[in-house]
Ligand binder design. Structure first.
Ligand code: ARG
Length: 460
């Protein structure tokens, strides 16, 4: 086995299984770019502070750049013996530039190093996820614009409730996603704080300039407390919490896409390129993509649990437990990126069966509330109107027809306040048109909501 950078006080080599068990290289090698950027900033700062000579810093920076090139060319041999990405980079650096490479770790610990790397990685992933949210919001808004006049049944309890426009329904998800984005943007402020300088836990005896490093790496603040800086992973927890909630929203949308594409609904058809067939049932076209997104929300919810439980009993400061933060964090970030991308790409190819939506809205007395509101406008108290309409619905159920199929005479039998103008309020168009306030389902309001949402998205 290779010589460990920390082997000085040891007399026996690490047990082979322990080496494999404690290694994180398999999953933290994806931090190589952040690790090298952090080390370059640290080396430059050490030179500014007079801890390294300018020549030493230059050699280290050039060596780190070469290590990066080697990793990107696939030339780096990763091994559990070197435990993690930090030791791989430093060991290779020293192989490349000799003794001076051993000066890089001055005034630093892997504890503040790993916290810095993970924060840099998380910050970049948040920015990608925000771009993914913006793309999906845009795809939803484009579809909502096309479907601003399309009428579908709105549901409560999955029973037909009132007619809504499909555009309005789609815009509900834009609202959810936008709040998810704002939560991530807010979490990003607390992610973007520099731990480096905390060293192992207590700070360092060298005259470091933490703000120099913060500026080099684009951090907004430097962590105030060294113990906190190396030990807490709340920044990862709140990022994953925001992502878990976003995945819950995507999962709800997925569930609806699955229902709507079932022949029993027949509201939409997803394009062939986003579906798969069955190996036994020749007729099947399965909505695998939304099903998987719904399924993947479980992983992210699980990742949040893992991180919370990981943190809850750790004494200050750093503990090796924290090495377990990476897999759930990375998995949540990957899942979010992938789910947003696949949905944004799937939506433009979704076929909307407007006639099926309309036919479904016509079943189930979706305009019953409109009839009650009509009676209220004619002077009846709402509770009394509710009663009248309930009886009219019962008659229609008995006759197997819709409310608007009842004769004026029959309707007037329930209330003399009903006149011929009632048929206008019983239409689907009349019903949605009438909800013309901010937040309502009227097509004109939906168009305005889309316009506001586009402006809002442009300047977040
Ligand atoms: N691989 C470790 C982690 O992910 C890096 C920090 C290790 N520090 C230590 N003192 N063993 O947390």
């Amino acid at each position: 086995t290779e010589e460990k950078p920390w082997s000085g006080r040891f007399t026996a080599p690490t047990d082979a299984f322990v080496e494999a068990f404690t290694a994180s290289i398999a999953f933290d090698k994806r931090l190589y770019a952040q690790d090298i950027r952090g080390s370059i900033a640290h080396a430059r700062m050490l030179a500014q502070a007079g801890v390294l000579t300018p020549t030493e810093a230059e050699q280290i920076v050039a060596g780190l750049q070469q290590v990066r090139a080697e990793i990107e060319a696939g030339e780096m041999a990763f091994s559990a013996a070197l435990e993690d990405i930090h030791m791989h980079v430093e060991t290779r650096l020293t192989q490349l530039i000799g003794e001076v490479g051993k000066k890089l770790h001055t005034g630093r610990s892997r504890n503040d190093q790993v916290a810095t790397d993970v924060r840099l990685y998380t910050r970049e992933a948040i920015d990608e996820i925000l771009a993914g949210i913006a793309r999906l919001e845009t795809a939803l808004m484009d579809a909502a614009e096309r479907e601003a006049d399309t009428i579908m049944p709105g549901f409560t309890h999955l029973q037909v409730a009132q007619p809504v426009t499909f555009g309005h329904h789609l815009m509900a998800y834009v609202e959810m996603l936008h709040r998810d984005g704002m939560r991530l943007l807010d979490a990003r402020k607390r992610v973007n704080v520099l731990p480096l300088g905390a060293a192992a836990l207590a700070g360092t005896t060298f005259p470091i300039d933490r703000w120099y490093v913060a500026h080099e790496l684009g951090f907004d603040f430097v962590a105030e407390n060294s113990l906190d800086a190396v030990s807490d992973r709340d920044f990862a927890i709140e990022t994953v919490a925001a992502i878990a909630l976003m995945m819950v929203h995507l999962s709800r949308f997925a569930e609806e896409l699955i229902l709507w594409s079932s022949p029993s609904f027949g509201f939409i058809e997803l394009s062939d390129s986003f579906c798969t067939g069955s190996s036994i049932m020749p007729q099947k076209k399965n909505p695998d993509v939304p099903e998987l997104v719904r399924g993947k929300s479980a992983r992210v919810i699980g990742a949040l649990q893992t991180l919370l439980v990981l943190m809850k009993a750790q004494p200050l400061a750093y503990n090796k437990d924290n090495q377990e933060d990476k897999e759930p964090l990375f998995d949540a970030l990957d899942t979010a990126r992938g789910s947003l991308k696949v949905f944004a790409e799937m939506l433009p190819g979704m076929t909307v069966r407007r006639e099926a939506m309309r036919a479904a809205a016509l079943r189930g007395f979706a305009t019953a509330t409109d009839l009650a509101d009509y009676l209220v406008r004619k002077g009846l108290p709402f509770r009394a109107a509710h009663e009248v309409v309930g009886k009219a619905v019962r008659l229609a159920v008995e006759q197997g027809c819709n409310l608007e199929d009842l004769s004026l005479e029959a309707l007037r039998g329930f209330s003399p306040l009903i006149d011929a103008d009632v048929y206008q309020v019983l239409t689907l168009e009349g019903s949605v048109e009438a909800r013309g306030h901010i937040g309502g389902t009227a097509p004109a309001q939906v168009r305005q909501a889309i316009a506001r949402a586009r402006t809002r998205l442009a300047d977040w």
